[in-house]
Design a protein around this ligand. Structure first.
Ligand SMILES: Cc1cc2nc3c(=O)[nH]c(=O)nc-3n(C[C@H](O)[C@H](O)[C@H](O)COP(=O)(O)OP(=O)(O)OC[C@H]3O[C@@H](n4cnc5c(N)ncnc54)[C@H](O)[C@@H]3O)c2cc1C
Length: 510
């Protein structure tokens, strides 16, 4: 059973494949160790295995337990970083290159599905992006012009777009798609295993050192050597450059069954702040409307409120019979809008990274796999320079990142050095949590459904910020870099490598 990185359940989780556990009889030397078994890691592993390299794929949890198991799985040629933004912050050529990458990723996904006969509920769709006021209209017009320049297939459709709300005008992008992300990566995984690839679930990467020009990695009791190391962990573990160039966000999705059969047959996106998007997926034989959005910075919003806003939004436009799913997951906004894919900066040779995908990881995870596998076998990649993880790019746009991530520094200082007053833990409601001060430091205290109090250190093991309770996911979330822990202190989302220390509440209280 997949545990994902929270308490809420996505519809994809049921399809998580069973991976047979192996004893430590693995070969001890691999060409490549791929850390993280989401869409990025699994696709990379298969592509490298196809090149004849001997690969080991590990995950601290199960296959797809990260954001790939909590995604909404739209596959797009237009991205969260819009083409006008990419043109203005990079160049027109860069925008064309990004557009090319989106099309290449869709082709790769389609080819995998076709060649490996993967039943991944894949459907090609039209997508509509629509403006509801004059400001959005201006932005939409700019997106239209820049998308055309980037050679993306887009059409102005005015009022003919099949939307349930009033709007000024819309763009229609064709050649978009949707699928079941876990069924898709399960198909890739099956082929990877068939070709001799090795997988270890519940195996955390903690650290490595270089010996004989290889990465020597301790995996529990097992020591392995790998010529190459790929961080497909969404955000690389530990303290690194990306903690300051990728901002963690929580994002929400609900599934609803409608009273009528008025389910959208296309992908829709509004331009509000925070935005919303939706599509239809048949889940267990029932049409389900999936609506996502209401994002906020990790540890800094109110998850229950965000989810309620999303439900209110859906109910405003659709006749909801019942909400059948609600879940949240995490993504990372890169400081200049584009992902970081390639050589890991300030790391040993032959260390590779893929991070900063924003809400477009189906595309970027797939392109990462292509790029990293090409680079490892010595093939150039068209996107190598543009997406170079070591690029230094002055931030011109992406206000969102600058304003919201500016408070990382504030949290660093305020959380570490400002003492708060002791809160009345006894007054906690079941399934609630609070951070209190004690003589030995800040303590994260939560109360279970049955009233049992659990106490753990509130100091994130990653960089020392103070975690905040997330009632929806029953997790402790760090507002600085997005580290997340369950109520027992176990890491559920990177970058922390160590669990939070368990404390004895009765002793602390005494
Ligand atoms: C709610 C939501 C909706 C989204 N919708 C879309 C969408 O419609 N379309 C789209 O393109 N993108 C979407 N995204 C983004 C997309 O889902 C992600 O970018 C993508 O799933 C990331 O895949 P990944 O394989 O890189 O990371 P993950 O799927 O997070 O996988 C990383 C894996 O690494 C493992 N790991 C981490 N640290 C370690 C360690 N130290 N040792 C071993 N294993 C480790 C984790 O357990 C995890 O399984 C959405 C994101 C969210 C949050």
């Amino acid at each position: 059973m997949n545990t994902r990185d929270g308490k809420s359940t996505s519809p994809w989780e049921k399809a998580v494949p069973f991976v047979e556990e192996k004893d430590a009889e693995l070969p001890k030397k691999y060409n490549v160790l791929i850390v993280g078994a989401g869409i990025t890691g699994v696709t990379t592993a298969l592509m490298l295995q196809n090149q004849g390299l001997d690969c080991l794929l590990i995950d601290t949890n199960t296959i797809g337990a990260g954001t790939t198991g909590g995604t909404s799985a739209h596959i797009n040629t237009f991205l969260d970083a819009t083409y006008p933004e990419i043109e203005s912050d990079f160049s027109e050529d860069a925008a064309s290159l990004v557009a090319k990458a989106t099309k290449e990723a869709i082709t790769i996904i389609k080819n995998h599905i076709y060649e490996l006969k993967i039943d991944a509920d894949f459907e090609e769709k039209k997508a509509y992006l629509y403006a509801e006021d004059e400001k959005q209209q201006k932005e939409l017009d700019e997106i239209y012009e820049a998308s055309k320049r980037a050679n993306v297939s887009v059409h102005q459709v005015g009022k003919e777009a099949p939307l349930p709300m009033s709007f000024l005008s819309a763009l229609m992008f064709d050649g978009q798609a949707q699928f079941h992300p876990i069924k898709y990566i399960s198909g890739l995984l099956k082929e990877f295993l068939r070709k001799g690839g090795e997988v270890l679930e519940h195996t955390a990467f903690k650290s490595c050192k270089i010996e004989n020009d290889c990465h020597l990695v301790q995996l529990g009791d097992l020591e392995i050597f790998a010529e190459h190391l790929v961080y497909a962990t969404h955000i690389p573990p530990g303290i690194n450059l990306f903690n300051f160039s990728c901002a963690p966000y929580r994002s929400y999705v609900v599934g609803a069954e409608l009273k009528t059969d008025h389910y959208p047959d296309s992908l829709w996106y509004d331009m509000q702040e925070p935005y919303h998007y939706w599509r239809t997926h048949v889940i267990d034989g029932k049409k389900t409307l999936l609506v996502g959005g209401e994002d906020h910075k990790t540890g800094q919003g109110n998850p229950a409120e965000a989810l309620q806003h999303l439900k209110d939004y859906v109910s405003k436009y659709f006749e909801v019979d019942q909400f059948t799913f609600e879940w949240s997951s995490q993504y990372y906004i890169p400081v200049d809008g584009l992902p970081y894919i390639g050589k890991m900066p300030m790391a040993d040779e032959n260390t590779w990274v893929a991070t900063g995908f924003n809400g477009n990881g189906m595309i970027w995870g797939t392109i990462s796999a292509k790029m990293i596998s090409d680079l490892i076998i010595g093939q150039p990649s068209d996107y190598e320079d543009l997406l170079n993880p070591s690029r230094i790019k002055p931030v011109a746009g992406f206000k969102e990142f600058v304003t919201e991530n500016a408070n990382v520094a504030w949290h660093f200082v305020a959380d570490r050095f400002t003492a708060e007053q002791l809160k009345a833990v006894d007054a906690l409601a079941p399934n609630e949590g609070v951070v209190v001060d004690s003589a030995s430091g800040k303590v994260a205290v939560s109360k279970s459904e049955s009233g049992h109090i659990k106490a753990i250190s509130a100091v994130c093991t990653h960089a020392g910020c103070i975690v905040k309770f997330n009632k929806l996911e029953q997790s402790w979330d760090c507002p600085c870099h997005g580290g997340r822990y369950d109520i027992d202190g176990k890491v559920v989302t990177g970058p922390p490598l160590q669990n939070l220390e368990k404390l004895d509440w009765s002793e602390l209280k005494a």
